[in-house]
Ligand binder design. Structure first.
Ligand code: LCS
Length: 392
């Protein structure tokens, strides 16, 4: 029955941990450890011969509820809850890479993902090639005999570039390369990378999945048992685990993902058109606009264009700065995917740790402004942007 349910029914009823009281909502199991009935029971749990909980760094019923739900929403085998989106990224990198390995990654990933590949993982002997993975030939040309991982973000942060997941996975399979897709901008409501051939999908749950800007969290979903068994020890042994309270809030936020995304997306579609027609705006990047470079791919690959917009003003950075300082309803803050509209400047904020050259190569110009559209009244968001643009 459950597999036939629509998204909003599934996201509410999936997962769950039955307890002796019949709690409708999985409670917060605020415990670091779980008692064993006897030595034999403890040994059986450690040997994996019996299901159960041992220690909250390994797993916990509240976290398991969230993991099981997201694995189901992504059509994956199992999921691994993590302390943050960056912990999820780190689980993937530490599990899939070792000294001498090579990564092909999109050149417009979230700033910290680019930074750790270029610094921390480089220090441990991992080489990375950053290319515009929205062009399939760039991916093909970047592959080396030691390439172990292709890492994509689609739509990418903050250029909203869209990669052809299916085509890239077909190329990767020919070379026995793992493909991981950071699905943060879409959430499983709009895109299911595992169905398109990816091996691993991850999210910063800080964004759309939780949706209320009150936690930081991440999750990795494996397509099969083999992939899960490869990923799990990184989370457990390196201590990238979630906290049960954080998992509870993420699970609660997840229940309304579909209706939040529908509303934010509806707002974003109208705001993108408003921006594109505004005389002070030079360009708008939004997958729902026919002017988006991968508009047709977005229509094929995603079930909707989402709620993230990037744009540039004709007056460049100075005009964008005045605009961001003038908004009254929208909040000048990093992060995204919450119920409130957020505006930020990637070159000086989320992507400031990259060199100017790396930013320019990736299309992150100094004038680019990123808008995460919330679920407020669309007219109020537009009125706010209108008055702020009037000052810029
Ligand atoms: N992946 C993507 C696509 C992200 O946008 C972020 C964070 C992460 C991973 C890391 O997730 P976290 O550890 O923060 O949960 N993106 C941010 C942004 O654009 N502004 O602030 C954080």
């Amino acid at each position: 029955m459950k597999s036939k349910l629509g998204f909003n029914s599934q996201v509410i009823h999936a997962g769950g941990q039955k307890d002796q009281w019949g709690s409708v909502v999985t409670p917060i199991y605020q415990t670091s450890t779980f008692s064993f009935r006897d030595v034999e029971h403890g040994a059986a749990l450690f040997a994996g011969e019996e299901d159960g909980y041992i220690y909250s760094r390994f797993c916990n019923p509240t976290i398991a509820d969230l993991e099981n739900t997201i694995a189901e929403m992504e059509n994956g085998y199992k999921a691994i809850g993590c302390a943050s989106g960056m912990a999820a990224v780190s689980v993937v990198f530490t599990a899939c890479l070792s000294a001498g390995a090579h990564v092909v990654a999109h050149n417009a990933l979230y700033g910290a993902t680019l930074t750790i590949l270029g610094t921390i993982f480089k220090k441990f002997g991992v080489e990375s090639t950053f290319v515009d993975t929205t062009v399939l030939d760039n991916v093909k040309n970047a592959i080396q005999p030691n390439t172990k991982l292709i890492f994509l973000e689609t739509p990418a942060n903050p250029t909203i570039g869209i990669c052809d997941i299916q085509a890239i996975c077909e190329v990767a399979k020919q070379h026995n390369i793992t493909v991981c897709v950071d699905n943060t901008f879409c959430s499983p409501y709009l895109q299911k990378p595992l169905d398109l051939g990816a091996d691993i999908v991850l999210h910063s749950m800080t964004k759309f999945i939780n949706g209320h800007a009150d936690i930081v969290g991440g999750i990795v979903v494996a397509k099969n048992k083999e992939e899960y068994d490869r990923l799990l020890p990184s989370m457990r042994n390196l201590g990238f685990n979630m906290d049960p309270h954080q998992a509870f809030l993420a699970r609660r936020g997840l229940k309304t993902l579909g209706i939040r995304m529908e509303r934010a997306q509806e707002n974003a579609g109208k705001i993108a058109v408003f921006l594109e027609n505004h005389p002070k705006v030079k360009s708008v990047l939004y997958p729902g606009l026919p002017s988006h470079p991968q508009y047709h791919l977005a229509q094929r690959q995603m079930s909707g264009p989402g709620a993230m917009i990037s744009f540039e003003l004709k007056g460049g950075f100075e005009a964008g700065k005045t605009m961001m300082n003038s908004v009254e309803l929208a909040v000048l803050a990093v992060s995204l995917g919450g119920i409130e509209t957020l505006i930020q400047h990637p070159a000086s904020m989320t992507h400031s740790k990259l060199s100017k050259e790396a930013r320019e190569k990736a299309g992150i110009t100094d004038g680019l402004v990123r808008l995460s559209v919330g679920i407020e009244e669309m007219e109020d968001i537009i009125a706010d942007l209108e008055q702020a643009l009037g000052k810029s």
